[in-house]
Design a protein around this ligand. Sequence first.
Ligand SMILES: [Zn+2]
Length: 261
Amino acid sequence: MKYLFITCIAAILCLTGFAQQGSWKGKQCAVVLTYDDAIDIDLDHVIPALDSFQLKGTFYLIGASPVIDKRLHEWRSAAANGHELGNHALMHPCDGSKPGRGFVTPENDLSKYSVARAVTEIRQNNVLLKAIDGKERRTFAYPCGDLTVNGVFFYEQLRNEFACARGVAGGIVTPQNANYDNINSYVVNGQDGNYLISLVKQAEQSGGLVVFLFHGVGGGHNINVSSGAHTELLRYLAAGKDKIWVTTMVDAADYMRELKR
Ligand SMILES: [Zn+2]
């Protein structure tokens, strides 16, 4: 009887451990919805849409965007309501020396920055975000997906100040393969709702995390997804809430780090 009892306890502990290793808060997979560039459409459309489905998102804010100044209290309310205000740098500098970067002005050309300036401006943006939401912990997203200033990986100096940095390379993330310096995400530009849902299904099948990278939703940016496709995705996520954990980038990163320990 005593041995049976011990065997049962061991089996329960083993099963619990397995469930924790292979699950996301007891769910099959995880989804993070991220929205870049601090645009009006985030406040006008995206946050109300997320709220209507009781979902949380991560908004990567550019400190210098006039939409921060004009609508600061709305960003503060969004953060108080559980959305993450992520750091997308103060000025959104991109490497103008790369092909197809005609939109980069001399003032925000990352290839003309020093590493110290890139790092300082990101830190200043953290100060601004902390003044808005009062939070110490958040994530970073590379403007234009650019990782280096003249060959130097600048995030190395910032690594300890963020839960992770979100990149722009596609791929399902797992606690085992996660690169916290450059978390995979799927850039959405014009795809339909079926495509967006197919990515979530991939995460369900593999037991992984899928990170979406949106800009405009139903307009507001030259990189865009239709409002209909976005709503289809949200509806699918809300209907699947028993098996899909929809969370912020900061919570997903911290959860994966905890699992690995
Ligand atoms: Zn951006």
